[in-house]
Design a protein around this ligand. Structure first.
Ligand SMILES: Nc1ncnc2c1ncn2[C@@H]1O[C@H](COP(=O)(O)OP(=O)(O)OP(=O)(O)O)[C@@H](O)[C@H]1O
Ligand SMILES: O=P(O)(O)OC[C@H]1O[C@H](OP(=O)(O)OP(=O)(O)O)[C@H](O)[C@@H]1O
Ligand SMILES: [Mg+2]
Length: 282
């Protein structure tokens, strides 16, 4: 059995379970379940606090886990990312009342509130800034209003929480983050059970980012059409019953599909269709 840690709450939890479900794994039916066994796929899922996942994985008690890159770094655990998952994207930044703190050096002697003191402590130490770091579990933006700190370091996605608290970012972003699959450092690269799990999640990522495109075009336009739709390996080209025409099939990035359809149409291609990909193995 492959033993996998999955976030049990917060921003990572819903999208992680949705991705696992899409990859064909059984997920828990209600949020109080702590463990779910999927015997058909020989996998056991442990629903754990997001902050604890890197620690469980680095201990070797669980084979792999899904967590945030920022949580992994914050934990200082002996674990590494093996597959970025593209959701829970955020940056981690300093913020204060407008103008209250000008830059990183200006933080010296001030108090910074954060839920991620591992990231903040390391960042300040590497840059020789001596500031006090106070740990809060959440709603960190309020710490300034209530006089607990002069600056905060927190997750920023849209910036709405900062704006609502009347705060502004300062300094460079401390780090970028997204959800990722992690494993213990030094564990075997080619464990077939882990490889199979990763292939399934990669299949979901590809199915989410690509669509299948089919179209017909005149043979003399084929090279220019194929340049627009090179596919992953190479497009499939089949002869049509009508002499001088071919049918082409290729995967294209979903975000570019409409533009590519316009360009193909302008080239004389017709019957241009896109269809969703539900699953794949590359
Ligand atoms: N608003 C957000 N947008 C995108 N990612 C976020 C957001 N808030 C937190 N994250 C990401 O989610 C992970 C933190 O998960 P966690 O469950 O601890 O926090 P949370 O989503 O803020 O939940 P909680 O309400 O329990 O604090 C981190 O990787 C963080 O970067
Ligand atoms: O830039 P935004 O789009 O506003 O997102 C960032 C906010 O979202 C998260 O908070 P959450 O709602 O999870 O509350 P918390 O502070 O209690 O963790 C995070 O801690 C920030 O506060
Ligand atoms: Mg939060």
């Amino acid at each position: 059995m492959l033993r996998i840690a999955v976030p049990n709450k917060g921003s990572l939890s819903g999208p992680a379970s949705a991705m696992l479900h899409e990859a064909g794994y059984r997920q828990r039916k209600e949020s109080k379940e702590l463990v779910t066994v999927d015997p058909d796929n020989e996998v056991e899922f442990f629903y754990l606090r997001p902050k604890d996942i890197a620690i469980y994985v680095s201990s070797g008690k669980l084979d792999i886990g899904i967590t945030g890159q920022d949580l992994l770094i914050d934990s200082n655990a002996n674990a590494e990312t093996i597959l970025p998952l593209g959701f829970a994207r955020s940056t981690f930044r300093f913020a204060s009342r407008p103008g209250a703190v000008k830059d990183l050096a200006d933080l010296a002697g001030k108090t910074i509130a954060t839920s991620y003191e591992g990231i903040v402590g390391k960042y300040l130490a590497e840059r020789g800034v001596d500031a006090d770091v106070v740990h809060l579990d959440g709603a960190v933006e309020t710490a300034i209003e209530l006089g607990v700190a002069e600056a905060i370091a927190d997750v920023v996605e849209t910036g709405t929480s900062l704006r609502n608290a009347g705060l502004e970012v300062f300094g460079e972003p401390i780090m970028k983050s997204e959800a990722c699959v992690i494993r213990r450092k030094g564990s075997t690269e080619d464990d077939p059970k882990v490889q199979r799990f990763l292939r399934r999640l990669q299949g979901v990522l590809v199915a989410r980012t690509y669509v299948m495109m089919d179209y017909d075009c005149r043979a003399e336009h084929l090279e220019r059409a194929v340049a627009l739709t090179p596919g992953l390996e190479s497009p499939t080209v089949s002869p049509l019953h009508n002499e001088g025409w071919v049918a082409v099939r290729a995967m294209v990035p979903a975000k570019d599909a409409q533009r590519i359809m316009d360009d193909l149409y302008a080239l004389g291609a017709r019957a241009i269709l896109t269809t969703a990909i539900h699953a794949c193995r590359l």
